[in-house]
Design a protein around this ligand. Structure first.
Ligand SMILES: Nc1ncnc2c1ncn2[C@@H]1O[C@H](COP(=O)(O)OP(=O)(O)O)[C@@H](O)[C@H]1O
Ligand SMILES: [Mg+2]
Length: 232
């Protein structure tokens, strides 16, 4: 029999919806999506326009990003090496986007190239003072340090980079470092490295700190910038 009607409306009680759906506050998925939206906005603020659509595709980089998602204190550093234009910065931003999309409880990131960082850290540079800026970079939960080792480090830049990575290592905070130098150059006939590598450019102390804590992923694709230009 039909329910009691009043002015043609069926007033029979429906099922009692005491459990929130994923679209309603109270459901874990609703809150995860809210956190993801917040984190993605932060990611969009930090990302350079060129990489606004960056998504991670390299399986080892995905694995690292998923370790950050599980427990960022456990992930260690990710070092992305490979020639200019092979997609290091793209994969790095893509990895950070993946972390944001997971809806972490906390999402704060800084992305900088190493030369820009040195510019801000230099006494009298554009930052708020060396110690303040270095302390901030040491503590930010997620750091992308792009293009490390492009130039030979001075004693001062080597010391600042060592302090940064050493503090993050001791605090178990992750970082992505990219470089177009190989982690270790292949030894030639004489046993000496055939070209510059991270160890020779950064100094042994810094290179061994990196190696200790890092997953090294070498990207060996073609130069995507040239490919895109010739496709255009
Ligand atoms: N998987 C990808 N899909 C689409 N475009 C990409 C991809 N990887 C890199 N690119 C593009 O190719 C160019 C070179 O990549 P980039 O990450 O800047 O290289 P690198 O940092 O190694 O020099 C950039 O314009 C980037 O946006
Ligand atoms: Mg790059």
């Amino acid at each position: 029999m039909a329910g009691i009607t009043e002015h043609g409306r069926d007033l029979t009680a429906g099922p009692v919806a005491d459990e929130p759906t994923p679209d309603e506050p109270g459901h874990p998925e609703y809150h995860r999506r809210q956190r993801a939206e917040f984190a993605l906005n932060r990611w969009r603020t930090a990302v350079l326009y060129r990489y606004r659509d960056a998504t991670v595709t390299h399986p080892d980089v995905i694995t690292w990003a998923d370790r950050v998602i599980d427990d960022y204190r456990d992930a260690g550093f990710l070092v992305l090496t490979g020639a200019l234009g092979c997609g290091k910065t793209h994969q790095a931003y893509g990895a950070l986007r993946r972390v944001a999309e997971s809806g972490p409880r906390r999402f704060e990131m800084t992305a900088t190239t190493a030369p820009d960082m040195y510019g801000r850290l230099r006494p009298g540079g554009s930052g708020h003072g060396t110690e303040h800026e270095l302390a901030r970079l040491c503590r930010i939960p997620l750091l992308l340090l792009d293009d490390l080792g492009t130039e030979k480090l001075s004693e001062w830049t080597e010391e600042a980079t060592y302090r940064l990575l050493n503090e993050r290592y001791n605090a178990c905070l992750p970082a992505i470092v990219t470089s177009n130098l190989p982690a270790r150059a292949a030894p030639g006939d004489t046993g000496r490295p055939t070209g510059p590598d991270l160890a020779s450019r950064l100094g042994d102390r810094l290179a061994s700190r990196l190696a200790q804590a890092a997953t090294v992923v070498h990207l060996d694709g073609p130069d995507l910038r040239r490919q895109r230009r010739s496709a255009a």
